[in-house]
Ligand binder design. Sequence first.
Ligand code: ADP
Ligand code: MG
Length: 728
Amino acid sequence: MSKMRFQAVIESRNRKPVQVEEQGRRSELFAKYVFNEERMLQHLTKDALESVNGAIISGSKIDRKIADQVAEAMKGWAISMGATHYTHWFQPLTGSTAEKHDAFFDLLPDGRALEKFGGGQLVQQEPDASSFPNGGIRNTFEARGYTAWDPTSPAFVYGTTLCIPTIFVSYTGEALDNKAPLLRALNAVDDAATAVAKYFDKNVTKVNATLGWEQEYFLIDKALAFSRPDIMLTGRTLLGNQAAKGQQLDDHYFGVIPSRALSFMMDLEQECTSLGIPVKTRHNEVAPNQFELAPVFEEANLAIDHNLLLMDVMDKIADRHNFKVLFHEKPFDGVNGSGKHNNWSLATDTGVNLLSPGSTPMKNLQFLTFFVNTIKAVDIYEELLRSSIASASNDHRLGAHEAPPAIISIFIGEQLSNVLDELEGVTKGKLSPEEKTELKLNVVGKIPEILLDNTDRNRTSAFAFTGNKFEMRGVGSKTNCAKPMTVLNTIVAKQLRDFKKEVDVLVNKKKLKKDEAVFNVLREYIKTSKRIRFDGDGYSINWEKEAKKRNLSNNTNTPEALAVMTSKESLELFKTMKVLSEVELKARQEVDLEDYILHIQIEGRVLNELVNNHVLPSCIEYQSQLVANISGLKNIYGAEYKKMTAAQNTILEGLVEHITGLKKECDEMIEARKTANAITDTHKKAIAYCQQVKPYFDKIRYHSDRLERLMDDRLWPLTKYQELLFAN
Ligand code: ADP
Ligand code: MG
């Protein structure tokens, strides 16, 4: 073992769990550091509270005087919680969150000091944003960006900083972040879903999209992780021969959580709880050192802020416990990677989950309405939904038989399929009283019973119905859920709006009863959206063929997947739903493509460095030792030496072959990068990186991993898989 590896392993072996002090009961600790409704009740005047609540519920504007009051109250509370600084906390287009801290402290003209934080500072801030990705928007418009308070997500104190969730927009109004379009999409789905929900219950005035994410991650000892330049710089291993043992024994999934990891989790959960993140579930995942954390679901905007905050908190707590958290979708070859299932539904302000079947036929008709419309929306916009989860790192997972394929399809299970089949057979136009009764009692009325035993959970489906919600399974572990959630809520909003128009026409012009009209439109949707429904094995090659026949997209890499973002249909959709303008969409596509290029480029560079500065020198050293050994034996034994050096020769031949191969592939990759870099069109450049540069990664890895198998362990420079995955 090389010295550095040895030290890292010893360090990791000697670690003990960090003691965590219990801070009291979870329910008492919950949201201690959040300026939530309870705090606002204590600190705000009645006017201010009403104004903030108005903004939260109906999106009304908060006037400047009120903002001053809120700021004053927030400041007082935050300082009492130990805050010295405040920051607008936002979600730039790449990376997770950004912040710029300002002290509350200010100076008066006469030189006296005071704590200052007014409505102005609460509502708006101007980070020097020129170095955040914007896809050319700011250049085009020469506009600066500013952040603006999002009162629908409560401010919180994290460490010694008051964090104020904000959107980030240019002065000409274009979104430069992931939150602004999300809020627009949530608004769109609220409007559309409320209008449809009113068919069934007049009292509904608001519909919230709900989201429960499940975060998977790896925990690696800090010393081991930092002994690998690739993990440090790219979040994953670019080289590494698989350990003799992987996940084949299935001994990790749901197993006993190792004590060091458990102590990390306890610490993490306390911190999350005090920050108002409702973490609930923790367990081991399939791969060694892989875990999952899931919260209680929340309103989607809040859930997304919480997921982003969680990832940040995890980094910090892990450091305290001498771990490094890997959020990358595929940190290790040969063992499962990580994802972030997005469980999604729609909930009314009357406390009803619109995707949950109820106890009466009427409630079930409501369920079917939202259920079928979601299916229809995904059917129309499957390719767009796929594009929302595209990234260089997620390319490793989609279609790699551990996450759903790159083909979007919907699993609904046998029983619900039967219900839809029966509905499809319903007569067109008016229904006879008998037909109606039959339908309500025997088809729609039976749904709750059906769902009780609908236990079939198809893990290979990209979009699965799981009893009272849909689960989007292709989302990457690093991804900001705002991206898929913006698309999903926008397409469902569009679909519900179209649905309502159609139903209203049947009611007003064709004089159908409302329930008849609903049945009629749903029947057509069921017919026309059949191709998206698939309950079989999503990993099978047959499904790939079948999907092709059904004309479903199968974009297996990011540059391909991103193309649809600016198709005529996408531009039209986002414009009609007032979620993203053409300029914004094009900018976003540009940013995503750039991000892809940069990731592949960085990985390519790191690979070169690993090979040239670590792998090759060590291998050549070993090669010299063998050569010296062989020629030494020849000197001593003359012609006899051949018999004695057969083993050395075999190893030597292997070394020669793979050293030569390794160097050759690396040099060729550099040339491919140069060619790609000369391309000016971003999309073409991304395609070149994908098709001309990236294929070298596997070829390089092949030679390096072969060398790792041949090499004297004492000389191998990189910490091995067995150490990374099993040493601590
Ligand atoms: P899995 O078997 O995939 O781990 P779970 O049932 O444990 O699935 O996942 C539950 C997740 O779904 C949790 O994060 C939970 O909060 C979320 N969830 C449950 N109901 C809803 C809902 N109505 N809307 C959104 N998310 C929900
Ligand atoms: Mg799940």
